[in-house]
Ligand binder design. Sequence first.
Ligand code: SF4
Ligand code: F3S
Length: 104
Amino acid sequence: TYVVTENCIACKYTDCVEVCPVDCFYEGENTLVIHPDECIDCGVCEPECPADAIRPDTEPDMEKWVEFNRKYSEMWPVIISKKDPMPEAEERDGEPGKMEKYFS
Ligand code: SF4
Ligand code: F3S
């Protein structure tokens, strides 16, 4: 599966949702997540993210992101159309510690 990781938080560009053939992105207030059981591993969303936030779970230390994506994809509504990024997307892009700041 592919998963959305930390750098989506507070950016939420949403380019990713337009290309997903199975509509498995879900939207929270500050970030999106992918449902790990619905993702068919096609990989087309990965290069679409301007924040480089989408990663395959085959990379090291991805377990916590798979769990994060699974947990919230079961709570949040699906998103299938692109919308405006968050207002501070450019400033927050690449900022460290976004997970702690927004999810603790
Ligand atoms: Fe959707 Fe493919 Fe990205 Fe999985 S890898 S979330 S199926 S676009
Ligand atoms: Fe987030 Fe990148 Fe999609 S910032 S909303 S994963 S395009």
